[in-house]
Design a protein around this ligand. Structure first.
Ligand code: GLY
Length: 345
């Protein structure tokens, strides 16, 4: 097991890569614990949960709403949860985001931790203290920063993940390498086949190195006033594509990273050969570099991005592989690249 730590103003978090769900009881109180999970995780792994009450939600982005938050709060009240209750989210990014949000607002906040069950949530969603839900078509519009006491990244849980879910996680790993670690990028170029085959030695290194990059950034800028914005590389277009086409998050981010790289080349920041390397790696990982989308809908979604400030939006640029920076971009410049990088529907 490898351990990483986040120390923020909103709490401290210990991330345990290679710890297992079976040993969860070592990190939680013996009683007054409530588990939140989704129906898939409960069916697959419910028999490994410690013996505490379980609140089960459905799956998918559609349940990441205030309605689900209300349902969980009602269940917590029915269970008699009080200020000393410890809440554990066992699941992927959606379960962890909702659990963290509920735990942060229920009775003005109770202790919480996560067992992260997908590659995407292990390398990104469950780490860093962003918790929240979508609202009226705006992604992650309502939420809080609040660090889980622990995140258990149980690599064994990844063995039952569908291929599409694995690809989503790999896209975020590529993102971390591109913004912060050229050596990790080269490692991915060399080991992509083993990563796709879920070779556990390779996967463990990718999860750990990804969290090294993310936790480093979060330790320096927990509340996203500056450097943390780099973690949104590929997400400006990614979120807009995800919302308008319904493709999984990682696929949309993959296409978004290609557009962001192309814009960096166009502005003269990134050598064209680095854009090619990024595109090739994504293609080797069976991730899309081009998607079909409705131009007007994508533009509308870009305008609704919470990073927009007036006519400009914070955008993540590349100087090279492993080297990103943030600066605002006029909305018009984003509009101009849509046609080149997206097929109309
Ligand atoms: N997923 C981006 C962040 O945690 O800041």
């Amino acid at each position: 097991m490898k351990i990483l730590k986040i120390h923020g103003d909103t709490g401290s978090s210990v991330i345990r890569v290679g710890e297992t769900l079976e040993r969860l009881d070592k990190y939680i109180p013996p009683e007054n614990v409530v588990i939140i999970t989704d129906i898939n995780v409960k069916n697959l792994y419910g028999h490994k949960f410690p013996p505490h009450p379980v609140i089960t939600v459905e799956t998918g982005e559609k349940i990441k709403t205030l309605h689900t938050v209300e349902y969980i709060c009602e269940e917590l009240v029915a269970l008699g949860a009080d200020r000393s209750t410890f809440i554990v989210g066992i699941g992927g990014g959606i379960v962890c985001d909702i659990t963290g949000f509920v735990a942060s607002i229920y009775l003005r906040g109770v202790r919480f931790g996560f067992v992260s069950s997908t590659l995407l949530s292990q390398v990104d969603a469950s780490v860093g203290g962003k918790n929240g839900v979508n609202f009226k078509g705006y992604k992650n519009m309502i939420g809080v920063f609040s660090q889980p006491e622990f995140v258990i990244c149980d690599l064994n849980l990844l063995k039952t993940l569908p291929k599409k879910e694995i690809l989503c996680g790999l896209a975020e790993i590529v993102k971390h390498a591109v913004i912060g670690d050229a050596d990790l990028f080269t490692y991915l170029e060399e080991q992509y086949k083993k990563a796709l085959d879920m070779d556990m030695g390779v996967v463990e290194k990718l999860v750990y190195e990804s969290i090294v990059i993310k936790s480093g950034i979060v330790n320096r800028d927990e509340l996203e006033k500056g450097e943390r914005r780099k973690l949104n590389f590929g997400h400006t277009f990614g979120h807009a594509i995800e919302k308008t086409t319904g493709v999984p998050h990682g696929e949309a981010v993959s296409a978004g990273m290609v557009i962001a790289s192309a814009l960096s080349v166009k502005r003269g920041f990134l050598p064209a050969k680095d854009e090619e390397r990024i595109k090739n790696l994504l293609q080797n990982l069976r991730l899309p570099t081009h998607l079909k989308a409705d131009r007007k809908m994508v533009l509308d979604a870009l305008k609704k991005d919470k990073k927009r400030q007036g006519d400009r939006i914070y955008f993540v640029w590349l100087n090279g592989i492993g080297n990103a920076f943030v600066d605002r971009i006029p909305m018009g410049e984003l509009e101009a690249v849509i046609d080149k990088h997206m097929e109309p529907v």
